[in-house]
Design a protein around this ligand. Structure first.
Ligand SMILES: [Zn+2]
Length: 235
């Protein structure tokens, strides 16, 4: 016969303590502050204006980096923040489904591809490591990096660190191109109703760089000018 408190103890015994502690903090802190916002969002639904396509990496949480409130960012995360090109072949595609929902149902105004330094997915591709499993899901997923790597050419004598940073950024440019292969994205971009951006987070420094349209280079965002830089669309 399990009492309510026994049930609670059983739950506490197997559910990660870190999450239970964090939830208690959330309940007594942020939830109290944002109770009205949650209530309102539950009634009117979400209407985020920004979609972020980020990496699964635990150090690069878009909500943390951009100090986002509930309902502000529509986030999809995958290994190395990639978007496959448009392929309407009937296969289940998580990124394409999220993208379609963000663009056609939520009508987001911006899509930000958020890459980062020391990306394990990019490194796995560059180092051509042994498959982690017989299915080798990562290896096949990371094949999407190949066009960006081809764009850079052979690494030659370049130090691995700088090469990986260039590959991380080249891959994001390719991801923006892949986004434009989706008819629903292209149409809205061409009508000026949707803007695509790329941003690169330096894990060690916390610095953020944004892809500059004219120069094609990533430029660090200074405190006062970020609004202008982010306002500039890639396409
Ligand atoms: Zn990553």
């Amino acid at each position: 016969m399990g009492s309510a408190s026994n049930d609670q103890q059983n739950l506490s015994a197997c559910f990660p303590a870190r999450l239970l502690d964090g939830y208690q903090q959330f309940r007594s802190g942020r939830l109290v502050e944002e109770q009205m916002r949650y209530q309102e969002l539950s009634e009117i639904g979400q209407s985020p204006e920004i979609m972020v396509i980020g990496c699964c990496d635990s150090r690069v949480s878009p909500e943390v980096i951009f100090d986002a409130k509930p309902g502000e960012l529509f986030v999809v995360r995958n290994v190395a923040n990639l978007v496959p090109p448009y392929t309407p072949d009937g296969a289940q595609r998580a990124v394409s489904a999220a993208l379609e929902f963000a663009v056609q149902a939520l009508r987001v105004k911006h899509i930000v591809v958020l890459g980062h330094a020391q990306c394990g997915g990019i490194r796995a591709f560059a180092e051509e490591g042994k498959p982690l499993s017989p299915g080798d899901f990562i290896g096949r997923w990371m094949e999407m990096i190949a066009p960006a790597a081809a764009m850079l050419g052979a690494r030659g004598n370049e130090p691995m660190g700088t090469y990986l940073a260039r590959l991380e950024q080249a891959s994001m440019v390719k991801t923006l191109e892949n986004l434009m292969t989706f008819p629903c994205v292209r149409i809205l971009v061409e009508r000026g109703k949707l803007q695509l951006h790329a941003a690169y987070f330096g894990v060690a420094t916390g610095g953020l760089s944004v892809l500059h349209n004219e120069s094609g280079a990533f430029r660090p965002v200074a405190q006062a000018e970020h609004a202008n830089v982010l306002a500039e669309p890639r396409f």
